[in-house]
Design a binder for this molecule. Structure first.
Ligand SMILES: NC(=O)c1ccc[n+]([C@@H]2O[C@H](COP(=O)([O-])OP(=O)(O)OC[C@H]3O[C@@H](n4cnc5c(N)ncnc54)[C@H](OP(=O)(O)O)[C@@H]3O)[C@@H](O)[C@H]2O)c1
Length: 317
């Protein structure tokens, strides 16, 4: 299906950069509309042709309807990792409700919505419970939705691997919370490919896909690989639960961007791996890349984190 105009909510973020780049490659001339709370958050995306970055309040139904009018599809990538229960509810639950209403008003039916593996009404964290409420809102919204539930996402500009690499560059040892928890890290390029695959095929409407990489790893193994690839592998100290909670509590009190909160730690009580009952990347024809294959390109010493460099290099004047 040829796409002419797509709204990408949260398009200025980590996953949004990959999604917008792949959409631009796949549908040359497609008009991408990326609303943002602050234009500066998406400033580097102006390099993509036919992108319209607009300052807008996506929680406002009227503004959302205006944005969605005339579009072929909406991709919702808005998400937060830290916040109060009320803030999680607004970003992950209320927004999908408002969005599906706005899509009805604008006459747009196709929605791809990013949730997370482990989302469940009875999950141990506000993050995962609000993600589950968001999935229910999307399903009840009467639109042609596809929900993608990724595991931990890695790639240039990611939070966790870059953080593990930075910490090991400056600290003699790495105190690690939830070191035993299992994740199945997936490359951001494969997550974006999944968004495009379900957008292109209407038969994916009404379905949920679990999006994970090729390998189940413990968090300790992820941290070790990030340390090795960045040239600073340090000895790890697996924190017992009480120490991990104290660490998360105090890190959560630090003003500014958070490294870790108690809610993050609660999210790590459940493994972030596919349950085996829902379709996966293989069903979309995607063979996911491993961390070992991709992460050296941005963690190895001397590599920078510029996220649209591939596009810039290919389209140099
Ligand atoms: N990264 C991962 O490992 C991972 C794993 C599983 C699931 N996911 C999910 O995948 C999606 C994309 O994740 P990401 O890593 O790309 O996140 P990200 O880099 O933090 O980007 C999220 C975007 O959402 C927008 N946003 C944040 N809070 C908002 C709010 N309160 N109101 C309106 N907009 C808001 C921001 O746009 P502006 O600042 O421009 O307004 C931001 O660009 C999210 O739903 C996330 O929960 C991510």
């Amino acid at each position: 299906m040829q796409m002419k105009k797509i709204v990408v909510l949260g398009g200025s973020g980590f996953v949004g950069h990959s999604v917008c780049e792949q959409l631009t490659r796949r549908y040359p001339g497609v008009q991408l509309v990326v609303p943002t709370r602050r234009l500066v958050h998406a400033g580097d995306m102006r390099v993509l042709p036919s992108i319209e970055i607009v300052q807008a309040d996506v929680h406002d139904a009227v503004a959302l309807t205006r944005l969605a009018r005339g579009c072929d599809a909406v991709v919702n990538l808005v998400g937060i990792l830290h916040g109060s229960a009320a803030e999680f509810d607004v970003a992950h639950h209320k927004l999908p409700q408002t969005l599906t209403r706005a899509m009805h008003a604008a006459g747009v039916s196709r929605l791809v919505h990013l949730s997370a593996l482990g989302a469940a009404a009875y999950a141990p964290s506000h993050y995962l419970r609000s993600k589950a409420a968001g999935e229910e809102a999307v399903k009840a919204g009467g639109v042609a939705y596809t929900i993608l539930r990724p595991s931990l996402i890695f790639g240039a500009g990611d939070r966790l691997l870059n953080l593990f690499a930075r910490l090991q560059a400056v600290a003699p040892v790495l105190p690690l919370a939830a070191s035993h928890v299992h994740v199945q890290p997936v490359w951001v390029g494969d997550v974006a490919a999944a968004v495009l695959a379900v957008l292109a095929d209407p038969s994916w409407a009404g379905r949920t896909v679990e999006v994970a990489g090729p390998q189940v790893m413990s968090l300790a193994e992820v941290a070790r690989l990030a340390g090795r690839l960045s040239g600073h592998e340090r000895r790890q100290i697996a924190l017992p639960d009480w120490a991990a909670r104290m660490q998360a509590f105090f890190l959560g009190l630090v003003p500014g961007p958070k490294l870790m909160t108690l809610d993050n730690l609660d999210s790590l009580k459940v493994p972030s791996v596919p349950g085996g009952r829902l379709p996966t990347l293989a069903d979309l024809g995607i063979k996911p890349a491993s961390m070992a294959a991709v992460a050296p390109s941005y963690l190895a010493a001397g590599q920078n984190e510029a996220r649209l460099d591939g596009w810039r290099a290919a389209h140099r004047q």
